[in-house]
Structures are given as structure tokens and as C-alpha cells.
Ligand binder design. Structure first.
Ligand code: ZN
Length: 377
């Protein structure tokens, strides 16, 4: 269900309860000289306040006056930083990703910040880094530097660590494939949406003319995954829910420096360097709000330091269509899913070497239906 009437829902009640019990002044929330405890803490609400995450995964474990960490599924967490009157300044979601040596590390999966008065959301898509062709240690350091560690000063961070340890073994060997694709209806989205259709341009300049047709067609296929299709799960979608359209080639870029968006006044999908919080990512989507609930623009870049092909080839090439479909989901307003049962959905946070991302799962379809077809009902 989409809440657009200002109601607060269970997440708010849970947070209020925890804040009230745990952050009573002079108990756990040790005051910082610069902040008034309690008052500011109660207002340091996440940018994601209205996110429709799976309720059982959405447990707030740490709360301080100026920073709040909320654990999601599979060890992922969201840390929100606030100013001294409790307004959110920056939100970073960190998730665990496998390294080529078999270990796992936390890297940014999503950031939200305010830029030129606009709220900018950055969705980072990561996958198996064996397919990375650049200097992986260097870019990993860059990505890690852009992250935010969880709060560690509260007693409750121990509970957070315990949660992560408990979640780890359960998710470690989960295959990133078609598991539960047709049955799991987990979805993550807010009320933010496009009010009319989504039109986008592609910039293939960096690829060379011979790849132009393939790049453009595969990106278009990714967007078409969300409409015009009845897939093997039996799901059909209607272009009346949300229409997407390729508007042509452009010289405009999604980003200049690989870490911040360029607002061209249009939506751009291109191919090039990614850095900052997007370093070592397969792709990034930047989108900004228009001041209300609508999006002003969404830019997508695929990372040229990865191997790409039409059809995945483990462990060296990702499927352009499938990853483009995941980014298209972000552009339309979908958030990543971290719970293991959602690993068959397009919006699962980790891309695998398969073509599963070409087809809507039950949760993917639910997002599209709830946000666009059933809006306000
Ligand atoms: Zn994503």
C-alpha cells in the first residue's frame, strides 16, 4: 500500500517506541556538547522515513541525536547524519559485497544528499568484482571512503553486530538466480514517482559507432522489461501504468566526474567512468526530486571498467539488458531489496551473472503496480 496521506505507519511507531525508551535523556544517548539530546534525536528522521521496506527487516537498533543507524536485511544498514536541529543532511546505505578473494566488505549501496537545494538519490549497483578491469584496490578504497560506518558509541551497536553475525551465514551461499522470482512480493519504494511517462536519451559516444546499436537496443530492452511484456511468471504490465520512451542520441552526459550527477534537464543513460561512492560499481543511477513528490530527472551510467555483453558470461561479462533493467527500476522509483528471499527480483541489490534481470519478478511487478497503476488507492 502506498501511504500518501501523511499517516506514519508501523515503522514510525517502532521508532517512536525505541527512541522514547532508549534515548530518554541522560540514559544511553550521551550528550555531545554541540547537540541537545532527545529533542534533536527525535527529529533526526531518515530520508527514507516513508520507505515501504519489509516490516520484519526494518529494525532500528541505534539512535543518537545527530546520527542514526538502521539495520536492514543481510547485514545492510542505513546511517543518517543530521544537523544540530535534527534535519537529515546525508544518508548512506552500506551493504556487504563479495570480493574476488571470497571475503566480503561493506560498500555504499545508496546515498541521499541535498545538492543545489535538490534532494539527490544515488543508487549504486554492484556485482561480482571479478569482472572489473580497472585497479580494484584503488577504486575499492575510494568507494569505502565514501561510506559511513554504523554508530558505534551506543550499547545497541552490540545488538547490531549480533544481528549482522546472525544474518551472515544464512545469506552467504544464497544463489543470485531465479529463486522465488515468481512468488516473493517484497518491494521497496516511496511515494516519489514520475507523474507522466519517462523519456530518456542515450549517449554512446565513448563506445564507438559500431557498438551504438547494441548499447542503445539493450538499454531500451531494459526499460521495456517494465512494460510491454508478459514474462514466464505470467506477469503482464500495461504501458498505461508508466510509459517509457527512448528519445534519441545525445552528447549530454550522466556525470562529469563519476560521482555527482549532471542536471541537463533531460534523462541521460550513458557509459563511462564511475568514481566516489559509485567506484567499483557496475552502474549508478542519480535521481533528484522536483521539490514535491515527483522526480525532476534520472541519469544512469554503466561502468566502462566492467566486461559487458548481450547475455551474461561468468565471470567476465555482465548482461547489459539485465543491469539496465535494474537501473530502469531505480529511475522509476524502486529501491534495492536486501532480504535473501528477494534474490530473484530485478531489484535485488546484487547483480549476478545471469539474465534473470531481464524479467519482472513478483516484487518488481508489485512495485510498478502499487506506485503507478494503483496510486492513491
Ligand atoms: Zn540497485
Amino acid at each position: 500500500m502506498v501511504r500518501n496521506d501523511g499517516s506514519r505507519g508501523r515503522g514510525w511507531l517502532l521508532r517512536t517506541f525505541l527512541v522514547g525508551v532508549i534515548c530518554a535523556p541522560a540514559l544511553v544517548c550521551a550528550p555531545s556538547p554541540a547537540f541537545a539530546v532527545g529533542e534533536a534525536g527525535s527529529k533526526c528522521s531518515s530520508f527514507d522515513e516513508r520507505s515501504q521496506r519489509t516490516a520484519s527487516d526494518d529494525v532500528l537498533l541505534v539512535d543518537r541525536a545527530w546520527r542514526r543507524t538502521q539495520y536492514l536485511a543481510a547485514g545492510a544498514y542505513v546511517t543518517t547524519e543530521c544537523d544540530d536541529v535534527g534535519r537529515p543532511i546525508r544518508e548512506v546505505t552500506m551493504a556487504l559485497y563479495p570480493l574476488p578473494d571470497g571475503s566480503r566488505t561493506y560498500l555504499p549501496a545508496r546515498t541521499v544528499h541535498v545538492e543545489d537545494g535538490q534532494r539527490v538519490e544515488v543508487d549504486v549497483t554492484r556485482g561480482d568484482m571479478r569482472a572489473f578491469r580497472g585497479d580494484l584496490p584503488r577504486v575499492l578504497a575510494e568507494a569505502e571512503a565514501a561510506g559511513l560506518p554504523p554508530n558505534r558509541s551506543s550499547k545497541l551497536s552490540k545488538a547490531g553486530a549480533a544481528t549482522r553475525a546472525r544474518l551472515r551465514p544464512r545469506h552467504r551461499k544464497r544463489a543470485l538466480d531465479y529463486l522465488n522470482k515468481c512468488s516473493d512480493t517484497t518491494a521497496s519504494y516511496t511515494n516519489n514517482r514520475w507523474w507522466t511517462g519517462f523519456g530518456y536519451y542515450t549517449n554512446w559516444n565513448s563506445l564507438g559507432a559500431s557498438y551504438r546499436t547494441d548499447f542503445t537496443n539493450q538499454v531500451m530492452a531494459g526499460f521495456h522489461t517494465w512494460q510491454f511484456r508478459t514474462n514466464y511468471c505470467g506477469f503482464s504490465t500495461s504501458p498505461e501504468w508508466i510509459a517509457t520512451a527512448w528519445l534519441g542520441d545525445t552528447n549530454a552526459v550522466a556525470t562529469n566526474n563519476g560521482s555527482t550527477p549532471v542536471n541537463n534537464g533531460i534523462n541521460v543513460v550513458d557509459f563511462g567512468y564511475l568514481g566516489g561512492g559509485c567506484a567499483a560499481a557496475l552502474a549508478c543511477t542519480w535521481k533528484a526530486l522536483d521539490g514535491g513528490l515527483g522526480y525532476a530527472y534520472a541519469n544512469i551510467r554503466l561502468n566502462w571498467d566492467y566486461g559487458w555483453s548481450i547475455g551474461a558470461q561468468a565471470p567476465t561479462h555482465f548482461d547489459i539488458w539485465g543491469v539496465a533493467a535494474h537501473e530502469a527500476g531505480h529511475a522509476l522509483g524502486a529501491g534495492d531489496l536486501y532480504n535473501g528471499s528477494a534474490s530473484g527480483q530485478i531489484m535485488y541489490y546484487q547483480a549476478g551473472f545471469n539474465e534473470s534481470g531481464r524479467y519482472l519478478g513478483a516484487g518488481d511487478r508489485r512495485f510498478l503496480y502499487d506506485l503507478y497503476a494503483n496510486y492513491g488507492n
